[in-house]
Design a protein around this ligand. Structure first.
Ligand code: PBG
Length: 329
């Protein structure tokens, strides 16, 4: 019999008390890193709950103002606005109409809270098109990349005019960042920043979002969003968006794409963000509602994991709640 080998290396020492764990934590998430996605519905007189996203609503322009105040008080970094228009058409004309709901909401947000929060807007056509695609269609019903770029250019100018500080290019058209940058500069708006949804995957986790914006999408987005199987291609999209002039790049969804996120964080010369999308939110809420997981611990663990993997900013529907909880901790 040999003597038992007692360890001389004992990692448990630094885990032994809350004070130790707090001192040696490698990742600290701060409220200022969080961005809240906000839906605003045209013509609504009351906030409308989104069934598949318990706790999230489509705001009226009035309830938007209250939400903006809560967000600022909680100390989060910004808000990302989405419009839910009353009428949709093939070109998504509501997106470029200065009186379209997203531009109206942006004007309100910029006025109310533009000094305290970075006001951001989703720059994509899917909320506004009757067919639900992120671009306009050609005669064969395919999403027409270059015709869509012309719509994005006009949308960018409308959003800049309304007061958006950061345009979230989420449509996954080739060349979208370059075209929008050039248009803004030519229009005398070099001040408006661009968030490239560089590595946006064709994900089932967007399911609840479709209800949130009342999307009528038939089919899927696989001809423009990335295949979930592809990691290298995510890196390529990040490099392209950076080369085209993106000020920030995004990986989306977050939790199933932490490898892509870590890759981007390792090489990107600009900030890297991640979007914890609707399905990631609803999955946790549903399990917690059933008593299967501890809701608050799970939320904090997911956000910490996303930051640990390399995200410097996180878009999450829990932004206000998490910020309020952490400020009490
Ligand atoms: C495109 C857009 C989508 C989301 C954000 N921007 C939908 C899509 O690409 O299908 C999804 C966000 C979420 O699921 O929370 N306008």
């Amino acid at each position: 019999m040999t003597e038992p080998q007692f360890p001389t290396v004992r990692p448990r020492r630094l885990r032994s008390t809350p004070a130790w764990r707090r001192l040696v934590a490698e990742t600290r998430v701060h409220a200022s890193q969080l961005v809240l996605p906000v839906f605003v519905r045209e013509g609504a007189t009351e906030p409308v709950p989104i069934g598949s996203m318990p706790g999230v609503v489509q705001h009226t322009t009035d309830s938007l103002k209250a939400e903006l105040q809560r967000a600022a008080t909680a100390g989060i970094g910004g808000i990302m606005l989405f419009g839910v228009p009353e009428h949709k058409d093939a070109d998504g004309s509501g997106a470029t109409d200065p009186d379209g709901i997203l531009n109206v909401a942006t004007r309100i947000a910029a006025e109310e809270i533009g000094d305290a929060l970075v006001v951001q807007t989703d720059l994509c056509l899917d909320e506004f098109t009757d067919h639900g695609h992120c671009g306009v269609l050609d005669e064969q019903g395919r999403v027409d990349n270059d015709a869509t770029l012309e719509r994005y250019r006009d949308m960018a100018l409308a959003q800049a005019e309304a007061g958006s500080a950061l345009l979230g290019l989420s449509g996954m058209m080739d060349g979208q960042v370059a075209v929008v940058r050039e248009a803004l500069d030519a229009a005398g708006r070099p001040d408006v920043a661009l968030l490239g949804y560089a590595a946006k995957y064709a994900s089932a986790f967007y399911g609840p979002f479709r209800e949130a914006v009342q999307s009528s999408l038939q089919g899927d987005r696989r001809t423009y969003q990335l295949d979930p199987a592809n990691r290298r291609e995510g890196g390529r999209e990040v490099a392209l968006d950076v080369a085209e002039g993106a000020d920030i790049v995004m990986v989306k969804p977050a939790m199933s794409y932490l490898d892509v996120l870590a890759d981007a964080a390792a090489v990107s010369p600009v900030p890297v963000w991640a979007y914890q999308v609707s399905g990631e939110y609803s999955m946790v809420e549903a399990a917690a509602a059933n008593g299967w997981i501890d809701r608050e611990r799970t939320i904090d663990e997911t956000i910490t994991g996303i930051v640990r993997a390399g995200a410097e900013g996180v878009l999450t529907y829990w932004a206000i709640e998490a910020a309020e909880r952490w400020s009490r901790a």
